[in-house]
Design a protein around this ligand. Structure first.
Ligand SMILES: [Zn+2]
Length: 409
């Protein structure tokens, strides 16, 4: 695996390049759609390629519980199982097991969280955290299950992903400095155990990404970035609690990238679970190469479309009554396959109210396509030396195909 950097933006950390993986190449910076349970919800996975995506993300935690990594391995691995022959990144399951223990970590990362009741070691009763790993109850049948560094790597080896992520603890925002410090140390010990396991048993061609933790403490984040960079990882992911709001989130990302830029300048960087339109632009400026996020697919299933409207957080809720008779198209000028059919907002509103599955599918296609066009335009802008202009256009409400240096659609 290697990242060949094509262009570095002189005014920021941004860069374009090509990530070469066992199942092909990923044009970076890139957004990675979620195929959490081996499917992009409402689509078939192969449709992501038609939308222009090079890689999808599978979820170790969910696939471990069902249908099980042994079955997927017997059926030829995750690529064959879900009908996708391009690159796949799998997360380690750490985020999911610790979310069960720490409450809604995802909400905390986005700054919506409240303190969650925690036991003396920061865990809830359903999850036991130990040095060996984490014991938890399956949400499917209540059975006790275990995931630790070696198990997570073994599951990802069986899935056969191009990129495996190491097993880490996703620390809660309200865990406090002492807990975050101890947890980050354990994440580094788990990183070593993952790399040891993978060196002996990992499949040929599978790259391993370490994960930087450290919460919102600057010294812990910087030290974690240095610790992960010092290990022989193929790439580096940024995980965990990133802050109370977006400004803090990107301050944490900046500390991390500043360390990585000197300690591991040529290794690819993945930002875990972040992917709003404004986040993608800021993340690209901060030198992130790949992003994954549930946003485009999740809001699509809730009746929302991604649109170039900064004041509306780049989304419009078509289930709202005001669209009942709207003759407007889903999004004027959008080159996506869903918009090509000219559906009106009134039609989509009606489908949503009637709970027709097609509405979710149309919005998922549109939302994913929007992010793909945004990333392609950002790549073009970096290559053309016009990233600052392109970012300003996004803040001013430009659609991806209206951005400076955007490729003709
Ligand atoms: Zn569209």
């Amino acid at each position: 695996m290697r990242l060949s950097v094509r262009t570095r933006d002189p005014a920021s950390f941004a860069r374009t390049g090509t990530l070469s993986l066992a199942h092909g190449e990923v044009r970076t910076p890139a957004f990675v759609p979620l195929a959490t349970k081996g499917v992009i919800k409402t689509l078939e996975v192969h449709e992501a390629a038609d939308l222009g995506f090079d890689m999808v993300l599978g979820n170790t935690f969910h696939l471990f519980l069902a249908p099980g990594h042994e079955l997927i391995a017997r059926l030829g691995g995750l690529h064959r199982f879900m009908g996708w022959d391009r690159p796949v990144i799998t997360d380690s399951g750490g985020f999911q097991v610790f979310s069960m223990g720490h409450g809604a970590v995802a909400d905390e990362i986005k700054g919506r969280g409240k303190p969650s009741p925690a036991g003396p070691n920061g865990s809830r009763a359903t999850v036991q955290i130990a040095e060996a790993g984490v014991t938890f109850c399956s949400y499917l049948d209540g059975s006790a299950r275990f995931l630790g560094p070696e198990t997570s790597m073994a599951v990802q080896a069986a899935l056969g992903s191009d990129i495996a992520l190491v097993f880490d603890e996703c620390t809660p925002f309200h865990g406090g400095r002492d807990y975050t410090a101890r947890s980050t140390e354990r994440t580094h010990r788990w990183l070593d155990r993952c790399l040891t396991w993978h060196a002996e048993h990992g499949p040929e061609g599978q790259a391993v990404y370490g994960i930087v933790q450290g919460g919102v403490e600057e010294d812990l984040r910087r030290a974690s970035a240095q610790a992960v960079a010092a290990r022989a990882t193929g790439g580096i992911a940024i995980g965990g609690t990133l802050g109370e709001d977006k400004d803090q989130m990107f301050e944490v990302v900046r500390w991390t990238v500043e360390e990585l830029d000197s300690a591991a300048p040529d290794r690819p960087r993945h930002l875990l679970g972040i992917g709003d339109v404004d986040d993608l632009v800021r993340g690209v400026e901060l030198g992130i190469d790949t992003f994954d996020c549930a946003m485009p697919t999740r809001i699509g299933r809730h009746g929302m479309a991604v649109v170039p409207d900064p004041a509306g957080r780049w989304r419009v809720d078509l289930a709202k009554g005001r669209y009942r008779e709207s003759d407007e198209p889903l999004l004027e000028g959008c080159p996506c396959p869903a918009c090509a059919h000219g559906y009106t907002r009134a039609y989509l509103h009606y489908l949503l109210r009637a709970r027709e599955l097609t509405a979710m599918r149309v919005l998922t296609v549109h939302n994913l396509s929007y992010l793909q066009h945004l990333m392609a335009s950002l790549r073009d802008a970096i290559d053309a030396g016009r990233l600052a202009e392109a970012a300003r256009a996004v803040w001013d409400g430009a659609a991806p195909w209206e951005m400076p240096a955007a490729a003709p659609s």
